[in-house]
Design a protein around this ligand. Sequence first.
Ligand SMILES: C[S@@+](CC[C@H](N)C(=O)[O-])C[C@H]1O[C@@H](n2cnc3c(N)ncnc32)[C@H](O)[C@@H]1O
Length: 467
Amino acid sequence: MFERLERYGYDVSQHRLLDPASGGAAFLVPAARRLLDQLKRQGLSGEAVVERARELLAGVEIEPGLARLSEMLLADVFDAELRAADQDSLRVVNRANGLKISGSEQFGAVISNPPYGRVFRASRATIARWQSVITDGHVNTYALFIAAALEQARAGGLVAVIVPTSFMSGPYFAGLREYILATSEVLEINIVEKRSEVFLDVVQDTCVLIMRKRGVGAIVDWQPPTTMVVTAGKSRPLGCADLPVSGRRAWGLPTASDEAELPLFDDRLSDLWEWGYQARSGYFVWNRSRARLTERSTPLAGEVPLIWANNIQPNARIELQTRKGGTTASKGQISCVTLPAGSSALIRGPAIVLQRTTNRSQKRRIVAGLVDAEAANRFGGFVTENHTIVVLPRMDTSQLVPIQTVLQLLNSSVLDAQYRRLSGTVSVSTKVLQRMGLPPAKLLLRHLDAGKDEDTALRLAYREALS
Ligand SMILES: C[S@@+](CC[C@H](N)C(=O)[O-])C[C@H]1O[C@@H](n2cnc3c(N)ncnc32)[C@H](O)[C@@H]1O
């Protein structure tokens, strides 16, 4: 991250640096080492080095123990200089709330790996303060920290944050996307490919986002950012992301495939909803309701079959059976769930069921199978587990594309690549799936009826939609 910041003009010996959630000083210590190196080369005395370091480095950390630890680690770096100045610590890490820093536009660079996580029941004051980055009442700490970092950067200053990739396409981050584009130029989005090599405990996909704060009234030439994949410090260019100049729409990630130039966002495109389908998340969380789950050859009254994510194969009919690969798999048996009468979770007709999370090494992000009419009706309906997404025919309208065709299209390479451009995460989002731009049904069906395969028909219809 420091190398990137330096590439865009950050100079550790000139520009004030802030980490508003500085933890164990994982960023402040390397910054301190770089700074010390440079100040020594300038031939400054120990006392002058300490004074300059105090002007240039700043951390804020809410946990007193971590704030103290950071001071100790920084004191180690400046050991000789502090001794020469007859002092015991640098006192640059403030034990405080990084979202309540007074003043603004004070720093040449802000670098941070902020806390992630949804804030439930946020106070009115928090909502009012961070309104511009809160969408539909959904408050996520990292969105607030991105806004705080941009506030603290001076005009032309740089901001580098490690944050989940969910903000790039998630509907709840529309306000954050708009805020970022309004206040900064996005310079780079670096997707962290092998998260286990970088973090020990982070379960979300993350990226290093680098932005430059816009100057007041300055017109900055907008350049689409380069996106890289980072693996243990090495990166590989992926191409350019598809970002709007302003506004709330999702950001498109680049793809290495032929699909790079297909449209992702355009009013002339359609979507699953318009085709007559709705997507919803799987209902049953088995490890929270073990008592409701059994195995039998035939469900009893009040029970329905359960569909598991790992029984889904692309384009295949999904069988009613027990969970594959699990310890409970047994032949001829069906996983059954007791369902309250009249439950809206019950699915009575044929439906497409997708895996909700895939792993990075898996070739496809979209893996969709079909529960056909026979399986759906055999025991009066079914439910699916929470690691699935169900695509159902809408009851309030007719279907413009037959369900079997939708299944094949969802499993096509083109839609898989289009989805990947919309979301850098390994989990499929119900909302993103339902809103993903698709060619109008009529155009697409014409090519399919003429005998084209799904990928060819999609490519042709996407292009035609805009012509
Ligand atoms: C993901 S850690 C990263 C810390 C640091 N970059 C590191 O690697 O050591 C986030 C840190 O933010 C701190 N934190 C959480 N909420 C905060 C707040 N409102 N203000 C300041 N720090 C906060 C946590 O205590 C934690 O140390």
